[in-house]
Design a protein around this ligand. Structure first.
Ligand code: 13P
Ligand code: ZN
Length: 278
């Protein structure tokens, strides 16, 4: 089968377009990666070129040795992905040590995988292990309201988690672990990847101050839905702050409400991080 006839490649391109439609991706902002299951890569093997040279990843991910990923290209625009996935995305193969990669499909007009490949792959490695293999998607976008909050809120996991949770019931339901925050750092390298990995161990959402967010999930819908839910609450916060001219929010979902939610019949089994209920 051709890569573009596969459900995973079509799902990848659709998600990229969803992000573009919601204005999460100015210019080449953001990047997306999908850890491809063995049977899905087998199905498209005839369309792969497995003869290229391996290049350094810039970090080590031994837990991903031999795996294949679909990834957006560096400098490529999300607005163009749906119309021409083979020009703007690629499939990469990680070598048997987890130190190098090679492009086996795509980027037909040249280029390389996203500059955030070290962060994507290190996040995949941690999430693969922590989820027993369930986690497959890492998504980085530049949503305007989360970035705005990172200019005014204290840059702590607690401040961000409560600011987002307290506007909208869906938030603790969808990301009961909360969100992690990484202060402003130079992007594209191993240092920011290490800082992000520390946070993604505990959360599925990591905010990069004055930059954007990283989200992890099992599939395209779950991961995109997570980013959307976070950004929607940030938008509510920004709207409320604009209406109240600097006053604090008058009504929010309280600590007692979160406990009530967690203990309710309706949300039986819901996990809400107890750290943020203290
Ligand atoms: P790339 O175009 O290299 O993916 O970079 C975009 C970006 O958002 C960097 O953080
Ligand atoms: Zn970015």
């Amino acid at each position: 089968m051709k890569v573009m006839d596969s459900a995973f490649a079509r799902g990848f391109a659709k998600m990229a377009d969803d992000g573009w439609q919601l204005r999460f991706h100015e210019r080449n902002g953001g990047n997306l990666s999908y850890r491809i299951p063995a049977e899905e890569i087998e199905a498209v093997r005839e369309d792969l070129n497995l003869t290229g040279d391996f290049l350094p990843i810039g970090t080590e991910v031994p837990g991903l040795a031999g795996e294949f990923f679909m990834v957006t290209g560096s400098g490529k625009y999300f607005s163009n992905v749906l119309a021409a996935p083979e020009e703007n995305c690629c499939i990469i193969e990680v070598d048997e040590k987890g130190e190098r990669y090679r492009v086996v499909w795509g980027l037909t007009k040249g280029g390389r995988p996203t500059s955030e490949l070290p962060t994507h792959l290190m996040n995949h490695e941690v999430k693969k292990q922590a989820s027993g293999g369930r986690s497959r998607v890492i998504y980085h976008c530049h949503p305007v309201n989360v970035i705005a909050l990172s200019c005014v809120l204290p840059l702590t996991d607690r401040d961000f988690t409560l600011a987002l949770w307290q506007n909208m019931t869906e938030c603790p339901v969808v990301y009961g672990e909360g969100v992690g925050v990484v202060p402003w750092m130079v992007c594209g390298g191993r240092d920011i990847a290490l800082a992000t990995v520390e946070k993604i161990k505990s959360y599925n959402v990591v905010v990069w101050a004055q930059h954007g967010i990283f989200c992890a999930g099992a599939d395209f819908d779950e991961t995109f839905g997570l980013a959307h839910t976070v950004e929607k609450s940030a938008e509510i916060y920004v709207k409320v702050a604009s209406m109240t001219a600097g006053e604090t929010r008058r009504q929010v979902i309280t600590r007692e409400n979160f406990i009530e939610l967690k203990n309710s019949e309706e949300f039986k089994g819901l996990y809400i991080n107890p750290e943020f209920l203290k």
